[in-house]
Design a protein around this ligand. Structure first.
Ligand SMILES: Cc1cc2nc3c(=O)[nH]c(=O)nc-3n(C[C@H](O)[C@H](O)[C@H](O)COP(=O)(O)OP(=O)(O)OC[C@H]3O[C@@H](n4cnc5c(N)ncnc54)[C@H](O)[C@@H]3O)c2cc1C
Ligand code: FES
Length: 349
């Protein structure tokens, strides 16, 4: 049996046939940041201290030649080939903190309706055991038998009595799965999801005010985190959500946020419009507005979700305003289109 040994803790995990390094860690509840699950974003990078692995197909921009030479692996795609693989897991005591993800969770689409001209909301109800997840995590959805690739979608709600999973999906021009969800998937259909995945979750150890920045359906995990913090957790610090939308029609979830605002004096929600005037409100891109809205972020925790460009620009702006890097949490909605086959000499054995 193959074993992954986590350093420095020395904890060992048994590897199941065909599993990626990330898959083994997740099945055992260990949190390693990850995002695209397709070798494209570089989030799941981990240093391999000893042992051999097959890296599989990944993008050069996610794992450079230097990274490879230094022994880094993209764990979402890497499969170990030696009996023992030692990885640098960072923490002394390596404690599992996530719910192990499940494959093939059968659900029925109990509701489907537009939230904006480009975002559809799906409510999925599992037929079997409820899916346990942390607010901010995501699932994958697709239809393998129909050739629809599985893509990542953030859960937009918190665990509820009906055990529903709420997803908010933006139509991407030419996109396989998002257009299938928008045009083909219907109320009453059976779907299969996998998950939960991801580490874009609240950090209970951070006793600070919170700023959340979101664009488009990047609002989904933020809704989940905000609902958990206020409706479940009794969060006691100021928390602001700044949402970036192109037009007023693209702004949604205003009802829930109005409720949170009315009930919790510490909560605030504001939106900016980037493609049309917003009389009396914010206009233009969020990164440019941050310095006047939050001139000093040194005492904050910041959560950012949305398109990769938006996330990168907001992260750079927040760090420039003094945000400590360890309190920056980000979820870029990276494309999961599989990388092209690299030249043979690039394949690491
Ligand atoms: C962790 C995570 C969470 C996510 N959560 C959500 C979510 O809650 N809601 C949501 O709508 N999406 C979310 N996404 C994005 C989602 O997983 C898909 O990437 C998206 O739906 C496009 O898939 P597709 O199959 O329709 O398009 P594809 O067939 O993958 O792509 C078609 C073409 O569009 C380009 N493309 C792909 N995505 C985008 C984009 N966002 N903007 C512009 N061009 C693009 C591709 O490069 C390709 O050229 C998330 C992604 C990640 C990694
Ligand atoms: S490269 Fe592994 S999660 Fe993106």
């Amino acid at each position: 049996m193959k074993i992954i040994r986590m350093r420095p803790s020395g904890k060992e995990l048994a590897v199941e046939e065909g599993e990626s390094i990330l898959g083994t860690l997740e099945r055992n509840g260990f949190a390693l940041p990850n995002n695209c699950r397709a070798g494209a974003c570089g989030e799941c990078k981990c240093k391999v201290l000893s042992g051999d692995f097959d890296q599989g197909l990944v993008m050069d921009m996610a794992l450079s030649e230097e990274d490879r030479a230094e022994g880094w692996a993209l764990t979402c795609m890497a499969k170990q080939t030696s009996d023992v693989l030692e990885i640098d897991f960072g923490t002394e005591d390596a404690k599992p903190k996530l719910f192990p993800p499940r494959e093939n969770v059968y659900c029925v689409v109990v509701d489907k309706f537009p939230r904006t001209p480009s975002i559809i909301e799906l409510r999925l109800r599992p037929l079997g055991q409820p899916l346990r997840f942390w607010p901010g995590q995501y699932v994958t959805l697709g239809d393998r038998s129909a050739g629809i690739p599985e893509r990542c979608y953030s859960i937009a709600n918190i665990p509820n009595r009906e055990n529903e999973i709420v997803l908010q999906v933006t139509r991407v021009k030419g996109g396989q799965t998002s257009n299938w969800i928008h045009d083909t998937l219907a109320e009453g259909d059976n779907v299969v999801i996998n998950g939960p995945y991801g580490t874009f979750i609240g950090d209970p150890s951070a006793d600070t005010p919170v700023l959340c920045l979101a664009s488009g359906s990047g609002l989904a995990p933020i809704i989940s985190l905000a609902s958990a913090a206020f409706l479940r957790g009794g969060f006691r610090h100021p928390a602001t959500i700044l949402f970036s939308a192109r037009t007023r029609d693209d702004v949604y979830e205003t009802g829930l946020f109005a409720y949170l605002k009315a009930r919790f004096r510490m909560f605030n929600f504001r939106y900016t419009l980037t493609r049309e005037p917003n009389p009396g409100g914010l206009e233009g891109r969020l990164p440019a507005q941050l310095p006047s809205l939050f001139p000093d972020l040194s005492g904050y925790s910041v959560y950012i979700a949305g398109s990769p460009g938006f996330v990168d620009d907001c992260a750079a702006a927040a760090l420039a305003l003094g945000l400590p890097p360890e309190r920056l949490h980000q979820e870029g909605f990276v494309s999961q289109v599989r990388p092209e086959t690299p030249p043979r000499e690039r394949l690491v054995g």
